[in-house]
Design a protein around this ligand. Structure first.
Ligand SMILES: Nc1ncnc2c1ncn2[C@@H]1O[C@H](COP(=O)(O)OP(=O)(O)OP(=O)(O)O)[C@@H](O)[C@H]1O
Ligand SMILES: [Mg+2]
Length: 290
């Protein structure tokens, strides 16, 4: 888990919160300050909406400070850092994550973004064309459940932060983003030792059951996951060409890992799809499928 300050500095001075260093994020008392970007007002409107629907596991938006930075509530807990602790691969983590995402989706369903809504993306995407992961956007969702954006408490996912990539999407496409990171949907050779022998099919199934996916959603998971990793190869190459942080990740092995993830999921696709098909796991909370 990352080394997060227990509070602001002794004299109340701000403390820099660093994960991958994409954004300059500061903690000031019970708040965080993040740079204001073109999409910030849209994301704050979205956070206000889901909070009004009872979601208490996202930062509260407080507008802007006198330096023009956005102000959000600081969310208590631990944010996992690489190398990820072995405990994050427990089945309960996947169940808690899927249930939080289901609640976030249900709260966002029906929200109409403002007419001037602006959405974020990774760098270099303006000239990139990839296949869409859904026919029709169903709702606005997080879309970036990497470990640095999930806050844990008592060993379980308890909140989401960093909604910079939130945008209109489908429930399945958003779930597939979380599945990629947390099943995970990568070649076993690219996983930490504790995750190497995980049964990806079974874990997809645990997630789908905890989310209470419908049969149609389950059937869409593997095709969407295959397309997503193909898109990643294109979008991350463009991001690497446009931004030095992405260039460092890409040249530092992400390019090869993405290619291996694509080969792995293509080979595994029939087995993964079969694992998702069938009656709900009785141990999981049964929600009304969407
Ligand atoms: N509202 C918040 N509450 C608690 N911690 C936060 C909050 N926002 C950010 N952080 C901490 O700061 C780190 C970086 O913030 P954030 O994820 O918002 O930025 P980022 O653009 O992803 O930058 P990075 O690439 O550094 O992760 C997070 O991993 C987390 O530890
Ligand atoms: Mg982040």
């Amino acid at each position: 888990m990352s080394d997060r300050p227990a509070g602001d500095g002794p004299a109340g001075e701000p403390e820099r919160l660093v994960h991958d260093g994409v954004s300059e994020v500061w903690r000031v008392g019970g708040t965080v300050r993040r740079p204001c970007r073109p999409f910030t007002a849209t994301v704050q409107a979205y956070l206000r909406h889901v909070s009004s629907q009872g979601v208490d596991f996202v930062p509260e938006p407080f507008g802007y400070d006198d330096q023009g930075r956005e102000v959000l509530s600081f969310v208590d807990g631990d944010v996992p850092d690489e190398p990820l602790p072995d405990g994050v691969w427990a089945g309960e983590v996947l169940v808690a994550l899927a249930r939080l995402i289901r609640r976030l989706h249900d709260a966002a369903q029906g929200w109409e973004p403002p007419a001037d809504a602006t959405w974020g993306s990774i760098p270099g995407q303006q000239d990139v064309v990839v296949a869409a992961l859904f026919e029709r956007a169903e709702l606005v969702a997080h879309q970036d459940y990497c470990p640095g954006n999930v806050v844990f408490r008592a060993g379980l996912p308890a909140a989401f932060i960093d909604f910079d990539l939130a945008r209109p999407t489908s429930r399945v496409a958003d779930c597939v983003n979380a599945m990629y990171w947390w099943v995970p949907l990568v070649d076993p050779g690219d996983r930490r030792p504790a995750a190497r022998d995980l049964d990806a099919g079974r874990r997809l199934r645990v997630f789908a059951d905890a989310y209470a996916m419908s049969a149609a959603q389950r059937a869409a998971v593997v095709p969407v996951a295959c397309q997503r990793v193909r898109n990643t190869a294109v979008t991350m190459a463009a991001a690497a060409a446009a931004d030095p942080i992405f260039a460092r990740w890409w040249a530092g092995g992400l390019r090869e890992r993405t290619a291996r993830a694509e080969q792995w999921i293509t080979r595994q696709a029939p087995r993964l799809a079969a694992a998702l098909d069938g009656p709900n796991c009785p141990a999981c909370l049964v929600l009304r499928p969407i």
